[in-house]
Design a protein around this ligand. Structure first.
Ligand code: PLP
Length: 398
């Protein structure tokens, strides 16, 4: 018999009832150090006092208001994002997938308005992940997400990540944009080299394509800059973000240049809940913290330290890990053949450290941006202890 709760997730047997900073407390009394952050969502940790205050104060005033009226919190949040990024305009929605869907629509509209409705195809990358709606599973192109949901939404051409030759070869008269994650979150924590992102910018300029970045997971401070592409010194035309923008309150945002968004006029796109006053109060509070002097610099610095320690761990555990991936506070430990990332994640959880598996047999490490040295040391000790003595299954059989 099907459970009352539709069983679309393989859930671990733990329920949390409270969170504080970097820690989560389960209903059975156990305490966990949270280096998963609800998969990159609780960037400022749990129950951050400034966010709690913003949410509760707004909660007493006004929860919802239709977008047929002015919503001052939206105006403020948009202006603040515009002031700190490449973007000149922002649309608010409720999730990452919606932010990507909005971007796909924007890309099509841009070319349609330019007199080229035939330019609707978007080049995307193997192991990419852009969400679970029909268009975003087509953009991701992963068989495991598409299976059973045919027909696949048309308009996406997949090439190898970081392979410029394949990108160039994929451009046709129908190509509209390139959609890429600067750091692949679900696909195994590969971070694009800055030169690759620069080359994508050049290809877009050469062929009149829009560069569309998916920073749903790697954006909002995760790498030590507001957006990960800033490390490459490039500017996209369109960018989607979500997750940590709301610190745990559902929100997504579509950022674009004026040129790219010129066709997004009244009536072209919308969302009932998108940008509602509760979400705006919390997201503005998130920006208060993230935009404070030095906040992102200290994230970058902690990210470097985390990287160095994990690099040492990879070298000390060559029978468990083969490679450290990612950047900033978005890291991945690639497991060797015969060691399963899911097993490592479970062992770490048993010892009180939450991490999350990623594609390509990678253990994903995403501490909150407010992580302190003592948390990193605690996590590191758990990682060392849990991986000691592990042998790859194949080697054990030999
Ligand atoms: N894009 C990326 C890079 C993601 O990591 C995710 C979610 O993990 C999404 C899009 C989809 O976001 P959501 O689950 O909020 O729809």
């Amino acid at each position: 018999m099907i459970p009352a709760l539709m069983p679309t997730y393989a859930r671990a047997n733990v329920a949390f009832e409270r969170g504080e900073g970097a820690y989560l407390y389960a209903s059975d009394g156990r305490r966990f150090l949270d280096f998963a952050c609800g998969i990159g969502v609780t960037g400022l940790g749990h129950a951050h006092p400034h966010l709690v205050k913003a949410l509760t104060e707004q909660g007493k005033k006004l929860w919802h208001c239709s977008n047929i009226f002015q919503i001052p919190g939206q105006q403020r949040l948009a202006e603040r994002l515009v002031a700190r990024s490449f973007a000149e305009t922002v649309f608010f929605c409720n999730s990452g997938a919606e932010a990507i869907e909005g971007g796909i629509k924007l890309v099509r509209k841009y070319h349609d308005d330019s007199g080229h409705p035939e330019r609707y195809r978007i080049i995307t990358f193997h192991n990419g992940f852009h969400g679970r709606t029909l268009a975003t599973i087509a953009a991701g192109g992963q068989e495991k997400h598409l299976k059973g949901f045919a027909p696949v939404v048309d308009g996406f051409d997949h090439v190898a990540y970081e392979n410029l030759n394949e990108v160039r070869a994929a451009v046709t008269a129908e190509t509209a944009a390139i959609l890429v994650e600067p750091v692949q979150g679900e696909g195994g924590l590969r971070a694009a080299r800055p030169e690759f992102l620069k080359s994508l910018r050049q290809v877009c300029d050469e062929f009149g394509l829009l560069l569309f970045l998916d920073e749903v997971q790697c954006g909002m401070g995760r790498t030590g800059k507001l957006f990960a592409h800033e490390w490459a010194g490039i500017k996209p035309d369109v960018l989607s973000t979500a997750k940590a923008l709301g610190g745990g309150f559902p929100i997504g945002a579509l950022l674009a240049t004026e040129k790219a968004a010129v066709g997004m006029t009244a009536g072209t796109h919308g969302s009932t809940f998108g940008g509602n006053p509760l979400a705006m109060a919390v997201a503005n509070a998130v920006l208060d913290v993230m935009f404070a002097d030095g906040f992102l610099d200290q994230v970058a610095e902690k990210g470097e330290r985390l990287g160095r320690r994990h690099d040492a761990l990879v070298r000390a555990r060559p029978r468990v890990f083969s490679e450290l991936r990612g950047m900033g506070l978005m890291r991945g430990l690639k497991c060797v053949d015969g060691v399963t990332a899911a097993d490592i994640v479970a062992k770490l959880r048993d010892r009180g450290l939450l991490t999350v598996g990623s594609g390509d047999n990678v253990v994903r490490i995403m501490p909150p941006l407010i992580v302190e040295d003592r948390h990193m040391e605690e996590a590191f000790a758990i990682l060392e202890g849990a991986t000691e003595g592990i042998e790859p299954a194949k080697a054990a059989k030999a």
